[in-house]
Design a binder for this molecule. Structure first.
Ligand code: SUG
Length: 447
């Protein structure tokens, strides 16, 4: 069956800021306390979406979540109007408030793990929203993500949206950031590679946390009904995690039969390659594009986000296009590597660079900003059409962002109760633009 890969990008939310909330994510730590620009952030993201839509790729949008997250504070005993809740909480515990203000749902690669119908036992596209329990600010995303997916992929005959895995450390799950699918073509059965940082029952002592467990990968493979013979569950390299690869997609990306990865990406490199070959037998011949540590040191790979790129079948081109962050072009070793790679005759023929600097400063490159969903024609016709990027939606969303988003946001301005009112006003209007229903956000459901 023919199918296309659609990219659903997370729209950068009105509270985008730099709070240093993510241990092991070097960019987040480095930029903690800096002044952000929510408006520049959302416009950069929209420009990337438009670029892919203009190239003829299928592009959708996932809405931001409601931040500051007032229901989280009410659950902790704060009361009064939303503004009063925010003022009281900010006075009592600004650190908590920073966690509840993050625009982190923009990183849609962490929204869910998605398996196309060609790989699942019941033939439906399966979504498992991630529980993101390794960090406080992201552990509140799961339920709203499930609702977003439910509203956008509402046809239950074609799409299954699960609940996030249980909120227990043994099932720590970070979504598609630790998932790669290889295939001959998108609509054909593929090999699903799930990458974990630690076994839940091992003692993890390292410089940085390992956010994904083996048990979470196994549970997702089971509930999606994946064929065990076509599923590979492998361990991420400890050296990569300790160098700052808090998700596998910081050191690895795949598309079609090609896996583009750093030498240190996997704990057992040879074992991972052999397992992928075996799982692909009879389906396709995997193509491994391995980047040696001697050519691109892991530190450069992480600072430049070479692998946090979108690897795309670009309409009209024979070889794949790597849409990399601008920082990859600005880092000598990665720019030189890309020049050599595209001059050769491998599967990647061209590299394009995208400016997503506001997101990059929090450790989110082009690949973090998107959730990949493989869709057949029928499935595509069943998706909420208002969530798909068109010239009209692009114009509407840029106008909306320009009207509602602040030009800049300094760390202490987060405490401003006007921010609550502004963000809710923006999101209320957005539910109309994306046809999400007028009961989509918690603040819309208050009677
Ligand atoms: O979870 N940063 C995100 C970045 C997620 C990137 N996603 C992928 N690699 N797929 C994270 O670490 C920083 C927020 C702050 O510090 O303000 C943050 O959450």
């Amino acid at each position: 069956m023919t199918a296309v890969e659609a990219n659903f990008d997370g729209l950068v939310g009105p509270t985008h800021n730099y709070a240093g909330l993510a241990p092991g994510n070097l960019a987040s730590a480095k930029n903690a306390g800096n002044v952000s620009s929510p408006r520049a952030g959302v416009l950069e993201g929209l420009a990337k979406m438009r670029r892919l839509a203009d190239a003829g790729l299928v592009q959708g949008v996932l809405p931001p979540h409601d931040r500051p997250f007032i229901p989280g504070l009410r659950a902790l005993g704060f009361s009064g109007s939303d503004r009063q809740v925010w003022e009281a909480a900010w006075k009592a515990e600004p650190a908590l408030c920073r966690n509840l203000s993050s625009a982190s749902p923009m990183w849609a690669a962490n929204a869910a793990m998605v398996s196309p119908g060609a790989d699942t036992a019941d033939g439906r596209v399966q979504f498992s929203p991630a529980n993101l329990l390794s960090t406080l600010h992201r552990s509140i995303e799961g339920p709203q993500t499930a609702l977003s997916l439910d509203r956008i992929f509402h046809d239950r005959r074609r799409f299954a949206v699960h609940a996030p895995l249980p909120m227990q450390a043994a099932y720590a799950d970070e979504g598609a950031a630790n998932h790669v699918r290889l295939c001959a073509e998108h609509g054909a059965p593929g090999v699903e590679i799930l990458v974990y940082g630690r076994d839940a029952f091992e003692d993890w002592q390292a410089r940085f946390p390992a956010r994904q467990t083996k048990q979470a990968c196994e549970a997702i493979a089971r509930r999606h009904g994946l064929d065990p013979a076509r599923t590979v569950i492998v361990k991420q390299g400890r050296a990569a995690i300790e160098a700052g690869a808090f998700h596998n997609d910081v050191v690895c990306v795949g598309n079609g039969p090609a896996l583009f990865f750093h030498e240190l990406a996997f704990e057992d490199r040879a074992g991972a390659i052999a397992a992928i070959r075996e799982a692909a037998e009879g389906l396709f011949e995997p193509v491994f594009v391995e980047v040696p540590q001697a050519e691109v040191p892991i530190e450069d790979a992480i600072a430049s986000y070479l692998f946090n790129s979108q690897l795309l079948d670009w309409p009209g081109e024979d070889r794949m296009v790597l849409l990399a962050p601008q920082e990859t072009e600005e880092t000598d070793s990665t720019r030189a590597y890309c020049e050599r790679m595209t001059a050769g005759n491998g599967p990647i023929g061209r590299v394009e660079y995208a400016a997503v600097r506001q997101s990059m400063r929090n450790g989110g490159g082009p690949a973090c900003l998107r959730l990949r969903v493989v869709l057949t024609e029928d499935e595509r016709a069943a998706v909420n059409p208002h969530a798909m990027m068109t010239d009209t939606l692009y114009e509407r969303l840029t106008g909306w962002a320009q009207r509602h988003y602040r030009e800049s946001l300094a760390p202490d301005e987060l405490g401003d109760p006007d921010l609550v009112t502004e963000a809710q006003g923006a999101l209320d209007e957005l539910t109309g633009l994306l046809d999400l229903g007028s009961d989509f956000y918690p603040f819309q459901r208050v009677v």
